[in-house]
Design a protein around this ligand. Structure first.
Ligand code: PRX
Length: 660
């Protein structure tokens, strides 16, 4: 990041409308999935609060709420006066209903090891681990950091926090020690739960070593709990006497039963950090009652879940919000059997996913367009070699799904018989907001269709006027139960980021388009947030880590369109005097970013330039850099201080080999 300010965070909406994205539905599709019952939408529209209260009623409460909603923009309180416990809703009530033997998770480790965990077993583990946490001094209202691979101990740790009323902060296992440390410090977490390592493409990710490096700069951590996953495959695990404890040892000595805390509906359930337009990640706060109500409802409705017979697989990582809401809380609240897969799609072979679907008879698959586009590239031979006839519903999340990928998913994976539900939502919204309802909503490939019952979305133009047809900024006009309750310890930034751009509206940061029939088409972010493989990364955060390197004077980062990952990170870098523009230097900078943030933030390409294009007032014109990176004609360059700079950058970037 340079010292000079950037262009306004929001580009003009017209920039996002250059491309026609509406495609006709594939032959035979529209007839197959015509609207059969829209009464849910109508009921919810007539009485949104009544609708949500009805949904909340399907949870188990210790004490019923007295007020459905208190709304004082931007602060919402849902189900006020109600008390409940999330782990009771996800576990105890199913066991009490005689479903203890039902499978909660089919765990599939990357090396091929498997474990089946029933609801009764999951509850037993959660109660024990809740007592472990208590024994380590964790109390109601405390924060617990979790940095784990995709193993069953991860949902156990989360649910154990909810049982005793501690808020968890899960940090994606691909993040760096620095990123973990900053998140721990912001939340002042008392305990860190991690593992010795995780498996990724046959290699060990050294989680405990990362955790140690993070904790060295995180004075609030009193204890580190370490689950065993990779053993000594990568050498012995460093353990600090008096601070670090093995998960198994603590569990062996723990009391098996733990009374659930009766939590207020509005109590903090968890924090999840996400990238914004500044270098500092935002601690998104989610509540207990409203959040669980909406994730349970959306999971049930959007995927048409039949818990008694479905095998559901959300292939996200629990380190992101998709995993929180649709691997842990939604599916468990509904008593669903889920697949939990630790590894990557191509290990040991490129048919790993299809093999999993065939073996577990998966009926609902939920994944990101990047994965679908990657499978398309690999070719139909991989899915074709497997029996995928168990599939019933296919979901997509995280980025706009292009019609080609939608159609391939529908035909090649779903055999042309499964509805494809494209689901738009955000870490901040907590739960799905815009999506079709299978068998109710007619789909168009590439459109997320309509706001769900109980949700009100509208597009507005630059002046905040409602747009009925065509492009605009996506806003939400009413509070919703799973909405974020703020940014941790930063109420001003909360109001400023989401509720100030358009009066009375939540501004999502996305552009969208309404077609002639009122279908919504998401167009991507209109701010300085990139979306790489469905993961949200801040341009400013990457710029900050580039200028952290001693050789860098200034850096500007843009997300350029990429066929597979949606966007790719392209960095334009000016080196300090005397430094050479070598490919080793580029590699070094890419490594530096990966070290500071995590491998997902590693720029795909670094382009060295002696100067960055700036306005006369010194602002970097990122829009032009994006045009360069995407090979487009340059728009208006009259505000540039030196128009020759961008020509030079264009010449340089065309010579630059793209590094894979
Ligand atoms: O730009 C939108 C995109 O992902 C952003 C939210 O990212 P995150 O908070 O990490 O949550 C991702 C998983 C919910 C949004 O602002 N996005 C998410 N889903 C879609 C999408 N863009 C288009 N279509 C979607 N279905």
């Amino acid at each position: 990041m340079s010292d000079s300010a950037h262009e306004p965070a929001h580009a003009a909406i017209s920039d996002f409308l250059s491309e026609e994205r509406r495609f006709p539905p594939p032959e035979g599709f529209a007839e197959g999935a015509v609207v059969s019952d829209r009464s849910l939408y109508e009921r919810a529209e007539a009485d949104p609060e009544g609708f949500w209260a009805e949904q909340a009623g399907s949870l188990e409460w210790f004490q019923k709420w007295h007020t459905v909603l208190e709304w004082e923009l931007p602060n919402a309180r849902w189900f006020v006066g109600g008390t409940l416990n999330v782990s009771v809703n996800c576990l105890d009530r199913h066991v009490a209903a005689g479903l203890g033997e039902r499978v909660a998770y089919y765990f599939e480790g990357e090396p091929g090891d498997t474990r089946t965990i029933s609801y009764a077993e999951l509850l037993a583990d959660v109660e024990r681990f809740a007592n472990v946490l208590k024994g380590l001094g964790v109390r109601r209202g405390d924060r617990v950091a979790i940095y784990m691979p995709m193993i069953p101990e991860l949902p156990v740790a989360m649910l154990a926090c909810t049982r005793i009323g501690a808020a968890h902060s899960v940090v994606f296992g691909g993040f760096s020690p620095d990123a973990l440390r900053d998140r721990i410090n912001d939340a002042a977490a008392k305990v860190l739960i991690t593992a010795d390592g995780g498996w990724r493409r046959g290699a060990v990710v050294a989680l405990k070593e990362n955790a140690d490096a993070a904790v060295a700069g995180a004075p609030s951590i009193e204890h580190v709990v370490v689950a065993r996953r990779t053993g000594d495959a990568d050498g012995p695990t460093p353990m600090t006497e008096g601070r670090d404890e093995w998960w198994d040892d603590l569990m062996a000595g723990a009391d098996p039963s733990c009374e659930p805390e009766q939590m207020e509906a509005e109590d903090l359930l968890y924090l999840l950090y996400t990238s914004g337009t500044t270098a500092k990640p935002k601690g998104i706060m989610h509540s207990t009652g409203g959040y669980l109500t909406q994730v349970a409802f959306t999971h049930r409705a959007v995927f048409d879940v039949h818990p008694e017979s479905d095998v559901y697989w959300c292939a996200a990582d629990i380190g992101w919000v998709t995993g929180h809401s649709y691997i842990v809380y939604g599916p468990l609240a509904n008593g669903t059997s889920s697949v939990l897969y630790e590894g990557t799609p191509d290990f040991p072979d490129k048919d790993r996913w299809w093999d999993i679907i065939e073996r577990y008879r998966v009926s609902i698959l939920y994944c990101a367009p990047t994965a679908i586009r990657t499978f398309m590239k690999w070719g139909a031979e991989y899915p074709d070699g497997h029996d995928l006839s168990s599939l019933r519903v296919l979901g997509s999340v995280g980025e706009p799904i292009n019609p080609e990928a939608w159609t391939w998913y529908w035909q090649t994976i779903g055999g042309g018989k499964c509805p494809v539900v494209d689901t738009w939502w955000q870490t901040e919204t907590g739960a799905i907001m815009i999506a079709p309802l299978p068998a109710v909503t007619t789909c168009k490939p590439g459109s997320a269709t309509f706001a769900l019952p109980g949700i009100s979305a509208e597009l507005v133009d630059d002046a905040g006027e409602v747009v009925e047809r065509g492009g605009g900024y996506l806003t939400l006009t009413r509070p919703w139960p799973a909405m974020l309750r703020g940014l941790y310890q930063d109420p001003e930034r909360y109001r400023e980021t989401y509720w100030s751009r358009f009066e009375g509206r939540y501004f999502a940061g996305d552009g969208a388009k309404l077609d002639e029939e009122g279908y919504l088409w998401l167009l991507g972010r209109v701010d300085d947030v990139m979306n790489v493989s469905g993961h949200r990364i801040s341009t400013t955060e990457v710029e900050s880590s580039l200028v952290d390197h001693p050789s860098v004077a200034e850096a500007a980062v843009v997300g350029a369109k990429d066929e597979t990952t949606g966007q790719a990170i392209i960095a334009f870098v000016t080196l300090r005097g005397g430094q050479e523009h070598t490919s080793e230097r580029g590699e070094d900078l890419r490594r530096h970013v990966a070290k500071l943030i995590g491998p997902i933030a590693r720029p795909k390409t670094v382009i060295f330039t002696d100067e960055l294009p700036k306005t006369r007032s010194g602002k970097i014109m990122r829009r032009l850099l994006k045009d360069v990176a995407e090979g487009r004609d340059l728009g208006d360059t009259t505000t540039l201080a030196d128009p020759l700079v961008v020509e030079e950058i264009r010449r340089l970037s065309s010579q630059q080999p793209t590094e894979e």
